[in-house]
Design a protein around this ligand. Structure first.
Ligand code: ZN
Length: 160
């Protein structure tokens, strides 16, 4: 199986770069304030709220749903991942929202190494508050949108 990690650990500044590029992008700029943040947060995290900060989470092969649902190779890869990744400790973090999961849309490419990520989520929830989510465009919307409660904690039940 051809698995390629296309993104892994990203620090605050790197995530801030991704976020602020989107904040100024024509696709999002028509929205204002919390609406713009919410539109970006369909697939991207505010700096300080990304699991990619933890070093436990990776994106595999392609950042599009269609690769995993329509591309022959992608379908094979996703089938392999859903069958075997758990036995190596990896879990799909953002699964279907049909179960009532909140936050980001489903990401078939994003997988967490659960034995470590579980502990880091616990540490995050005891040590990080909205007061720490600052220093980037739109940070004021973190609390009203529930960036910690609904997004950082909006993960598949297997990871809690
Ligand atoms: Zn990811």
């Amino acid at each position: 199986m051809d698995l390629k990690i296309i993104s892994a650990a990203r620090n605050f500044d790197y995530q801030k770069g991704i976020w602020e590029r989107k904040w100024k992008d024509g696709k999002y700029i028509k929205h204002f304030g919390a609406d713009r943040a919410k539109a970006i947060m369909r697939y991207s995290s505010m700096p300080g709220t990304s699991r990619h900060h933890w070093g436990t989470d990776i994106d595999i092969n392609d950042l599009s749903d269609s690769y995993f649902t329509s591309n022959a190779e992608g379908k094979k890869v996703y089938e392999w991942l859903t069958t075997h990744a758990n036995s190596f400790g990896f879990y799909q973090t953002y699964t279907s929202k049909e179960s009532g999961r909140t936050g980001y849309e489903e990401e078939k490419w994003h997988w967490s190494y659960m034995p470590l990520a579980k502990q880091l989520l616990e540490a995050y929830n005891t040590q990080i508050s909205y007061k720490a989510i600052v220093n980037f465009n739109g940070y004021e919307s973190a609390e009203p949108l529930g960036a910690i409660d609904l997004y950082v904690n909006g993960i598949d039940a297997n990871l809690k």
